[in-house]
Design a protein around this ligand. Structure first.
Ligand code: FHN
Length: 480
């Protein structure tokens, strides 16, 4: 179990509770229903696309300024090349909806400081580029038309702003001229622009870049209070403060600002009662567009990650890195379309569900949701379909389930009557010889009352998101 999980298991999710100002459970109701969102990393870094001075910078993507040690004064000239003439917000929303994604989190400003909206606080924004159009405004309108919830990612760390500290080691500007309090005032003025209504209701503020020593717990708590003072119902992730334990994304013991934990490129080994979390992952190795990064995960792996994360009671925030012309890469669109086909049939086993009552299952995952009258529906995501017996019958063993099963059915195969019978140590479900879905077949099992399970002995392990069906890659565009 990772240290963050150990800390939580000692103190319990509630003891690591964050500054749950306002009605936490009420505002998180939407979050727990949505379960699947699109992360969009887009900005000037899409122009170099992971290459600088004619050389590929492995894993650079949105970190190119840092990875290639670029003078910020040179990097900011990219603004005059920013002209994504193929950008179509309605097309982005169509792609997300078709995938079954319920919300979009887009980088309003990443670590490079470039702003994707027309900001009164700086010239280093889209209005100062050849493109001129307010990208966030167009996306907000498209989300409104398409019924997708809009959220903003906002980086605390800012490599180009004259007042942010610390400066990059190669930055020639004199750090004595910088004033971090002045920078925080700038950041607050921009956050006010973003969440005061001009872009409609922003449901999540997804902070990032909180790990540098200049950003303190006091500043994090102050920023969370500032944001809640503008919108008491906005959801704030745990990266506004200093509680996050690295890529595990979960808070250590203590009182931290933020509504939920943010594992990155990994999936916790188990669900954590009382703790909301959202795992974010790339589809290849980088968040921002990188022309050389063809290390794409399969749709099969991404669907199974979605099931795995939901079985831990979490949301899946799956990333796309649009190109400099404004188009989402074809490889991303293909995968999202495949996920959407699976979600068409099986989405009810993800949306509005909560963590599995099983610590682990040998052949797949499980989610659950309450039914009227106190019953419960369990959804079993079967990755490894059992082999049929010699006489052509087949069954799925559900070890440890003590609750009484009242019915069982296969999602997407209504003709099949999946009968259940109690066996020693659990239940056995009669299933078809062949798996209805080669990625993950879902069996919905209704039980009396709440789920009662005798746990298997073995501890499951956290999963990292290195593609299992293609060469291993470890994303490097993360904190040092
Ligand atoms: O440094 C960023 C990185 O570029 C990317 O935005 C990820 C996404 O969660 N967050 C940081 C690394 O943890």
């Amino acid at each position: 179990m990772s240290c963050a999980l150990a800390a939580l298991s000692l103190t319990g999710g509630a003891a690591a509770a964050r500054d749950h100002a306002g009605d936490h459970d009420r505002r998180m109701g939407w979050f727990r229903d949505a379960r699947f969102g699109m992360f969009i990393h887009w900005g000037l870094y899409a122009i170099p696309g992971g290459r600088w001075d004619g050389t590929d910078v492995p894993g650079a993507g949105e970190w190119i300024l840092n990875s290639a040690k670029i003078d910020p004064a040179k990097y900011t000239t990219l603004q005059q090349q920013f002209n994504p003439v193929e950008f179509n917000a309605d097309e982005w929303v169509r792609i997300a909806k078709a995938a079954g994604q319920r919300y979009i989190v887009i980088t309003s400003k990443h670590h490079d400081g470039f702003c994707l909206w027309n900001s009164a606080a700086t010239e280093f924004d889209v209005a100062g580029s050849p493109f001129k159009r307010d990208i966030l405004k167009e996306l907000a309108s498209a989300c409104e038309r398409g019924g997708i919830t809009l959220c903003f990612y906002h980086s605390i760390m800012d490599w180009t702003h004259p007042d942010y500290l610390p400066r990059r080691a190669w930055d020639p500007r004199n750090p004595d001229d910088a004033d971090l309090d002045r920078y925080v005032g700038y950041m607050k003025s921009q956050l006010r622009e973003l969440i005061s209504g001009r872009y409609g209701k922003i449901v999540i503020l997804w902070f990032d870049g909180e790990w540098e020593d200049s950003w303190t717990h006091e500043r994090g708590m102050d920023l969370a209070r500032f944001v809640r003072g503008i919108d008491p119902d906005i959801i704030i992730n745990n990266r506004v403060d200093k509680g996050r334990s690295g890529m595990a994304g979960l808070d250590g013991a203590g009182e931290w600002a933020g509504d939920y934990g943010t594992p990155e490129q990994e999936i916790p080994s188990t669900g954590l009662a009382g703790l909301d979390l959202e795992t974010c992952m790339t589809m290849n190795g980088t968040w921002g567009f990188s022309s050389a990064d063809e290390n794409w995960k399969s749709a099969r792996q991404l669907v199974r990650d979605l099931c795995d994360i939901a079985s831990k009671g979490g949301n899946f925030l799956l990333n796309v890195g649009p190109q400099s012309d404004g188009r989402i890469p074809a490889a991303s669109i293909e995968r999202l379309a495949c996920i959407g086909v699976w979600m068409e049939t099986n989405g009810e086993s993800i949306y509005g569900t909560s963590a599995s009552p099983f610590r682990q299952l040998p052949w797949g995952r499980c989610t659950q949701k309450p039914l009227p009258g106190g019953a419960t529906r369990l959804y079993f995501h079967v990755f490894d379909w059992p082999s049929a017996t010699a006489n052509g019958t087949n069954s799925l063993s559900i070890p440890g389930l003590e609750s009484a099963v009242t019915s069982a059915r296969l999602l997407g195969a209504t003709a099949f009557e999946a009968t259940a019978r109690r066996v020693d140590g659990g239940w056995s479900i009669a299933i078809p010889v062949a798996a209805p879905d080669t990625i993950a077949s879902v069996i919905a099992v209704d039980i009396e009352g709440s789920s009662k399970v005798t746990q298997l002995a073995q501890e499951p392990q956290p999963k990292t998101s290195t593609p299992t069906d293609s060469p291993v890659s470890t994303p490097t565009s993360g904190p040092p």
